[in-house]
Design a protein around this ligand. Structure first.
Ligand SMILES: CC(C)(COP(=O)(O)OP(=O)(O)OC[C@H]1O[C@@H](n2cnc3c(N)ncnc32)[C@H](O)[C@@H]1OP(=O)(O)O)[C@@H](O)C(=O)NCCC(=O)NCCS
Length: 182
């Protein structure tokens, strides 16, 4: 999928340097939305180890990690993860995402999220996707609304973000109502 000169594709070990670079440049900006990170998170070696762990999770069927990459130069400009994948009567996954600040407002997160929902339904057969935002993250709430998510509740002290357990708003998008196949 390409939108506004940016391609979304599966995460690869070779993305380690590009991810370390973009995450370092956006470190202060992303801090309010992220768990506490060790210094190694901002290095190529640290990202390589992290990606290898994520690809193991992918191979186990629990995670589908994507990167957003500038089509012309190959720079990483964002990421989108479909994780916590479960089948049986739940048939659900959860999304997380961020976009390089220099690329905001071009519709990247919305288009990427719509594509992840399509793949979750058509390729994985999931019934629903869940997302959560900090209670004041209006940009992310706008992305979720544009991609067809609706708010389902408030979870007090839900995730440990930026050094404290923070309240989150919960959202979901139901993808279909067929019975589970696995
Ligand atoms: C949330 C985020 C991924 C959006 O990325 P993006 O590529 O700019 O998203 P899009 O361009 O698809 O859409 C952004 C929408 O939010 C709106 N928006 C941006 N900042 C806003 C603000 N402060 N208040 C209200 N709306 C805002 C934009 O106007 C746009 O809506 P529109 O198309 O109706 O104009 C990006 O802001 C980000 O990385 N934030 C930090 C990390 C984060 O919050 N991740 C999600 C955790 S739940």
């Amino acid at each position: 999928m390409i939108i506004n000169g940016v391609e979304m594709r599966g995460l690869a070990v070779d993305d380690a340097a590009g991810l370390a670079d973009v995450l370092t440049r956006n470190r202060a900006y992303l801090a309010p939305y992220e768990p506490s990170r060790p210094e190694a998170f901002y290095t190529e070696a640290g990202q390589r180890a992290r990606i290898e762990g994520m690809l193991d999770e992918r191979d186990g069927g629990r995670l589908v990690p994507y990167v957003l990459v500038e089509a012309a130069g190959g720079a990483v400009v964002g990421a989108m993860n479909l994780g916590s994948i479960a089948y049986g009567p739940l048939c659900s996954g959860g999304v997380g995402y961020w976009v390089d600040r220099e690329w905001h407002g071009k519709g990247l997160a919305t288009a990427a999220l719509e594509e992840v929902c399509r793949a979750a339904r058509d390729e994985l057969g999931l019934h629903r996707i869940e997302a959560q935002t900090l209670v004041d993250n209006t940009a992310s709430m706008r992305v979720l609304a544009k991609a067809g998510f609706t708010e389902i509740g408030l979870a007090p002290r839900y995730l440990h973000i930026n050094g404290a357990w923070r309240d989150h708003r919960l959202f979901q998008r139901v993808l279909h109502d067929d019975p589970p196949t696995a």
